[in-house]
Design a protein around this ligand. Structure first.
Ligand SMILES: *[C@@H]1O[C@H](CO)[C@@H](O)[C@H](O)[C@H]1NC(C)=O
Ligand SMILES: *[C@@H]1O[C@H](CO)[C@@H](O)[C@H](O)[C@H]1NC(C)=O
Ligand SMILES: [Zn+2]
Ligand SMILES: [Zn+2]
Length: 357
């Protein structure tokens, strides 16, 4: 039995109010739990949003909450019944625990569980701490050639894997991805791994498009002026998409992107909403109806998505390292958040809290 006396954590106390707190050590209270030392954590748009707004939609930070949910770590203690992991194993940490009993859980869609306890979604504490406890089956052992940095990146990659899974993509499909932030870029990479024929990244920032082109997009599109329909026509013509794209993915949440996406699709095309922006928007419902668009939402990830993400990274089919543009020491966590808020870099990581030892 290991004895630790500190668990330094990066805590959101209120809007723009963060602090390091020495919190109680998390306990293994189920025989299938493992205790992890957190080694690497990516900062997500949602973490920054809670920091600067105190809420996302219905989720409101009312009690101090540890931030962070995109982590990888090392096993430091295992529960009595744990068989798949041992002390010293490096793992990617899937940061949400569902009830495992409800109908959604039992059908494999545990991301839709009403009882989901998800790290750094209020009121649940996140992973930006020295230690964190997870059930063993939420930990994905990293092969030797997958780093802890890449392990942390499996979280946003799993989001992209889930989005692309919702499209029912086939080899040779053409895919248009709106929004070239981390999730949009990873959607491009996953579409590529699935054999998409054309992958067109759309964004209003030139620098993001340049990166998308060097990463996984086959071409890019910067919308100019004009109606959503006109811009969609221009994209279709420039990219020789015939009667339209097979698949459109929104990873921006921006109304103009969503409107354009519907117009860019062919008849019978498939649309997936991954981005979260305004609660309600004006939507081209008649075009969606007459084209018989399949519309699906996508939320986090569920059965098999983390496994797929790890498989893609380990097999060298998706290079998540290219997205990592900076890393900060744990004690610089607030500066790291400011850096992301200022729109710098693509994906920024925070290292484990070793300095406190
Ligand atoms: C978050 O951590 C604090 C300190 O350990 C604890 O008091 C609180 O109950 C935790 N929140 C939840 C929802 O578990
Ligand atoms: C990692 O190792 C596996 C198994 O040896 C190999 O198949 C894979 O190509 C390697 N991946 C990378 C990214 O080097
Ligand atoms: Zn995230
Ligand atoms: Zn459930």
């Amino acid at each position: 039995m290991l004895i630790y006396n500190q668990n330094i954590s990066f805590v959101l106390r209120g809007i723009n109010d963060v602090a390091f707190e020495n919190r109680p050590m998390p306990k293994i209270d189920d025989p299938y739990d493992v205790l992890l030392q957190v080694e690497m954590t990516g900062i997500c748009g949602s973490d920054v949003h809670y920091w600067s707004n105190g809420r996302i939609g219905p989720f409101v930070v009312e009690e101090p909450m540890v931030l962070g949910h995109e982590s990888a770590g090392i096993v430091v203690e295992v529960g009595a019944k744990v068989r798949s992991l041992k002390v010293g194993d490096r793992v990617a940490m899937e940061p949400g625990i569902s009830c495992r009993r409800c109908t959604r859980c039992k059908e494999g869609n545990y991301n839709l569980c009403a009882e989901m306890a998800f790290a750094a979604t209020p009121p649940y504490n996140g992973t930006l701490a020295q230690y964190y406890v997870l059930p063993e089956d939420m930990c994905y052992k990293l092969p030797e050639n997958v780093s802890l940095e890449e392990g942390a990146m499996l979280e946003p990659l799993s989001v992209a894997v889930h989005i692309v899974r919702q499209t029912n993509i086939k080899h040779s499909d053409s895919v248009v991805v709106f929004g070239a932030g981390p999730v949009g870029l990873l959607c491009c990479a996953v579409a590529k791994a699935h054999g998409a024929s054309k992958i067109i990244a759309v964004d209003i920032q030139k620098s993001r498009l340049e990166f998308a082109k060097s990463f996984a997009a086959t071409s890019t599109f910067e919308p100019g002026s004009g109606s959503a329909q006109e811009k969609a026509q221009q994209l279709i013509q420039e990219n020789d998409l015939g009667s339209g794209a097979d698949i459109a993915i929104d990873a921006s949440g921006a109304a103009p992107a969503i409107q354009m996406a519907i117009h860019v699709l062919r008849h019978g095309g498939s649309y997936v909403q991954g981005g979260m922006g305004s609660d309600e928007i004006a939507f081209p419902i008649v075009a969606a109806c007459t084209k018989e668009i399949t519309f699906r939402g996508s939320f986090r990830y569920s059965s098999g998505d983390y496994e797929s993400a790890l498989h893609m990274v380990a097999g060298g089919r998706v290079n998540v390292k290219e997205l990592i543009t900076g890393s900060f020491a744990f004690e610089e966590a607030e500066q790291a958040f400011q850096y992301v808020k200022d729109g710098k870099g693509i994906k920024v990581l925070i290292e484990g809290a070793h300095f406190f030892h």
